[in-house]
Design a protein around this ligand. Structure first.
Ligand code: NAD
Length: 501
């Protein structure tokens, strides 16, 4: 049975009184190591009430004071990075260097949030008309909610709440029930840095906790990251109840290999981006699109031995390239897709299905899999598999390659590998995707730019973190002011040019 996760409400760890729990597994052994409570509606409302009560004081705390807490929070995350990575890998299964990397990317968002006094500076126009001045500023929304996935249990929440609370909002986070330990520990660290009680709260649970957040009128915005089906639901239900919603969803990321690309560089890029974290990344490359038969043959020939050589092992093995899949259900889903690929006639060049690790026979390990001669009607191409499976789809020319990407329902990330500046520029201009790499396989924007996809990879208008994040977590207020100076022109009944007001 192991440990039981607590909620974090009003500055304290609290045990849930719920009778319902979701098991937490060590995916390397398949054993249950803990339990996440599926909090009751009353517990979720308690977290909302704490955030709601904390808002008036927090939103009027000077931004420079809020930034000071972010500076201290950054230091605390750095000081505890090893401990946090261990908590994370134990439940998620990813390698320790990967877990540390995810925390480092999260820390970058905290660093961005340290600049909040500058980011909240407004605009001022003197004399928009005689004796009339105008200024605009951004104010916090109120109580913001976050709902996050299992695959980046530390980083994805950090995309949201540092920016939200630095802007003066309070926050309720509902993390993934599969790996919530790291979030609770981070909440504790944040409070040790002086964050007032109630500003940041964590409530564990499933759909029922999410629905309580979506329906509660005290919640002003919802940030979701997860699968497309759930994201679409959250977007429509959240909008129906009048909230601002951003829902970042699933993906199918293509990497185009032009005939002039440096093939060694391409293979390195594909190995890391397709198989890192066992392919459980929304920016994982899951489709390689070599342009021309000769490019495709050279690619598969160089790639296949590298896929076979991947070291699959639990996170406790320092030489591990990739760990297990998160759950039995995900494991079965990935195997099922591989069966479908074979049935539809794709060529399974590297088959990682039969891997068995001594001492970890019940773990959810799948070795790297490589399909060649995939076609665009196959489910291994159309669907997000979220596992260590790379499909090679051969395109006859550049136009066909870009057409594939633009026609795909997802639009999160993509990359082109080439030495040709013309081709790269044309690709960046015309590809219908939110994040684009040129000779960079996983073009995840740094924290002061913004992260987000197009098409069915994002519902809503705002990308996350960076200046888009500040816009999402604030609303604009514009003042037009005149100070009486003895001028009286009488009542006006018609609309005028602004400068004549
Ligand atoms: P998921 O959609 O199953 O879960 C995400 C969150 O939604 C969890 O907190 C979960 O408890 C909650 N949830 C699950 N079912 C729900 C329901 N019926 N109603 C309300 N809430 C529900 O996603 P996951 O499996 O945890 O994560 C993997 C997915 O996340 C992949 O599709 C991946 O592409 C996506 N993802 C996207 C991004 C991005 O930025 N676009 C980043 C990371 C992950």
């Amino acid at each position: 049975m192991g440990y039981t996760i607590e909620n974090f409400i009003n500055g304290k760890r609290l045990s849930s009184g719920s009778d319902l729990f979701s098991d937490i597994y060590n995916p390397a052994t398949g054993h249950i190591i803990g339990q996440t409570p599926l909090s009751t509606a009353d517990e979720t409302k308690e977290a909302i009430a704490a955030a709601y009560a904390a808002f008036p004081k927090w939103s009027t705390t000077p931004p420079s004071r809020r930034a000071q807490i972010m500076f201290d929070f950054r230091q605390a995350l750095i000081a505890h990075q090893d401990e946090l990575a261990e908590l994370l890998s134990r439940e998620h299964g990813k390698t320790l260097p990967d877990a540390k990397g995810e925390i480092a990317r999260g820390i970058e968002v905290v660093e961005f949030a340290c600049g909040i006094p500058h980011l909240l500076k407004g605009d001022y126009s003197e004399m928009v008309s005689s004796g009339v001045d105008s200024y605009a500023l951004r104010q916090p929304l109120g109580v913001c909610a976050g709902i996050t996935p299992f695959n980046f249990p530390a980083m994805v929440p950090l995309w949201m709440y540092p920016v939200a609370i630095a802007c003066g909002n309070t926050f309720v986070l509902k993390p993934s029930e599969k790996d919530p330990s790291v979030v609770i520990r981070i909440a504790e660290l944040l409070h040790e840095c002086g964050l007032p009680e109630g500003v940041f709260n964590v409530v564990n649970g499933d759909k029922s906790a999410v629905d309580t957040l979506l329906d509660d009128p005290r919640i002003d915005s919802v940030s979701f990251v997860g699968s497309t089906a759930i994201g679409k639901y959250i977007y429509s239900r959240g909008c129906d109840t009048g909230k601002r919603v951003q829902a970042l969803c699933g993906a199918k990321n293509h990497l185009v290999v032009m005939p002039d690309a440096d093939m060694d560089q391409v293979v390195d890029a594909l190995i890391g981006s397709a198989y890192g974290s066992a392919g459980e990344r929304c920016m994982a490359v899951s489709v390689a699109v070599p342009v021309g038969e000769d490019t495709a043959d050279r690619l598969v020939e160089k790639l296949a031995p590298r896929v076979r050589a991947l070291k699959i092992a639990p996170y406790t093995d320092p030489n591990s390239d990739m760990g297990p899949i998160i759950s039995r259900e995900s494991y079965d889903r990935v195997l099922n897709y591989i069966d479908q690929g074979i049935e539809k006639g794709a060529e399974l060049v590297v088959d990682g299905r039969d891997i068995k690790l001594q001492g970890y026979e019940d773990g959810y390990f799948i070795g790297g899999c490589l399909f060649d001669k995939v076609t665009s009607d196959m489910s291994i191409y159309t669907d997000e598999i979220f596992g260590p499976v790379l499909s090679v789809l051969r395109a006859k020319d550049y136009d066909e390659a870009v057409g594939l990407i633009n026609d795909h329902e997802y639009g999160n990330g993509t990359a082109i590998f080439t030495r040709d500046g013309d081709a790269a520029r044309e690709f960046c201009s015309n590809v219908r995707i939110g994040m684009v790499g040129v000779n960079v396989p996983i073009p995840v924007p740094v924290a002061y730019h913004s992260f987000g996809g197009w098409k069915r990879s994002l519902f809503g208008d705002h990308h996350i973190h960076g200046e888009e994040g500040v816009r999402f977590f604030t609303r604009l207020k514009t003042m037009t002011t005149r100070w009486p100076s003895g001028i009286r022109e009488g009542a006006e009944f018609h609309f005028k040019r602004g400068s004549d007001v």
